[in-house]
Design a protein around this ligand. Structure first.
Ligand code: GCU
Length: 355
């Protein structure tokens, strides 16, 4: 069994964690380490969010759902800010579970979500186009970035997109059609990193789901092999702005880092996290993503809950471990948020939904 560093069940000052009652304090410490070293600080949630319905179709697709284009807004340090969201809700009597998807494109019927299949499975879907929140560049004036001081929060774009997903949840929780106990946040790649960071901080999400999130997401840094993205790659790939300003400095000090990505998954305990990898996605690192699941598992086990229940050796294509609070699957193919990934995530949520 691999040993994961830093140790999850030991406070930063070296004191071992022996009682389940100490978990909330340790979780808070994990979040603080991740804010300080990786993603930066998030502003306090606004007192309220408002919503304007820009457009609504009661019977969308074959009539099985409503479709709304809404604008979610709130007060920030520098005034009012709003961004648009697409919201699809199945016509059902009972409140439904919801996926909040952070996506790359504003289009509906986008390749990253099989809309009808999701809705036909009884889920609502809220889709955020990440550039509507803030540009995926180092422009610190764009959208939400301009609404809070970068100096004060030292947050990166991942933190901002995550903050926006929480504001969408603020609004969704006011809708009677949405089941407040069964909300999931999901994203692919850089937005998979974002979904994990959002779920880690926001306990109202029962599920955090990351697809092919890789470095800065689910991938455990200390187990990286040639071909995997490393922390130092965020400089040549020109994306240090996803993180706090100090993060790239860890690139040549991996063994000294006071964190690794199993901390990110563990900060979701005792709730649910699901990680999906693609076999040909060496850059993200399927083995390294699975490793974080193994490394985070003691947090749940220590609380008396099943954590990661699956193979300890590298997963084979087709493996889908959904029994514990940490789900993991490996599908064949390349970097993509596929319909087959959604089938696995929907199954995970259905298995572990609050009934
Ligand atoms: C790049 C980057 C990854 C990221 C991916 C994406 O490949 O190196 O960290 O996950 O882009 O978001 O598509």
């Amino acid at each position: 069994m691999m040993k994961f560093e830093p140790e999850l069940l030991r406070f930063e000052n070296g004191t071992p964690i022996t009682e389940p009652g100490q978990w909330p304090a340790r979780r808070e410490e994990l979040l603080e380490i991740l804010r300080r070293e990786v993603y930066g600080y998030s502003p306090a949630a606004p007192d309220k969010v408002t919503c304007e319905v820009l457009n609504r179709q009661e019977n969308f697709c074959s009539g099985q759902m409503s479709m709304e284009r809404i604008s979610v807004g709130f007060e920030t340090d520098h005034g009012f800010f709003s961004f648009p969201v697409h919201l699809f809700i199945p016509h059902q009597e009972q409140p439904v579970p919801v996926f909040v998807l952070l996506n790359f494109r504003p289009d509906i019927f986008d390749q990253y979500y099989p809309l009808e299949e999701i809705v036909d499975n009884g889920f609502a879907l809220a889709v955020i186009h990440y550039n509507d929140v803030t540009a995926d560049t180092d422009d610190w004036n764009s959208g939400l970035a301009g609404m809070y001081s970068r100096e004060k929060y030292n947050w990166g774009k991942i933190g901002m997109w995550a903050f926006a997903a929480s504001r969408v949840l603020d609004y969704l929780l006011t809708r009677p059609e949405i089941d407040p106990s069964n909300a999931a946040v999901i994203g692919h790649s850089r937005l998979g990193k974002t979904a994990l960071w959002c779920a880690a901080q926001d306990e109202r999400f029962r599920f955090g789901i990351s697809n092919n999130s890789g470095s800065g997401g689910a991938a455990y840094n200390r187990a990286k092999v040639p071909g995997n993205e490393r922390i130092c790659d965020c400089i040549p790939y020109k994306v240090p702005f996803w993180y706090c300003s100090g993060y790239p400095e860890w690139g040549d000090k991996i063994e000294e880092m006071p964190f690794d990505q199993h901390f990110l998954l563990a900060a979701i305990a005792p709730r649910y996290v699901c990680v999906g990898s693609a076999a040909e996605d060496l850059w993200a690192g399927p083995v390294q993503e699975q490793a974080s699941c193994l490394g985070a598992s003691p947090a749940w086990e220590f609380l008396g809950l099943p954590g990661y229940v699956g193979k300890t050796e590298p997963a084979a294509v087709g493996d889908d471990f959904s029994e514990g609070h940490i789900g993991y699957h490996l599908r064949d193919g390349v970097h993509f948020l596929s319909r087959r990934d959604w089938v696995s995530y929907m199954n995970f949520v259905k298995t572990h939904m609050a009934k």
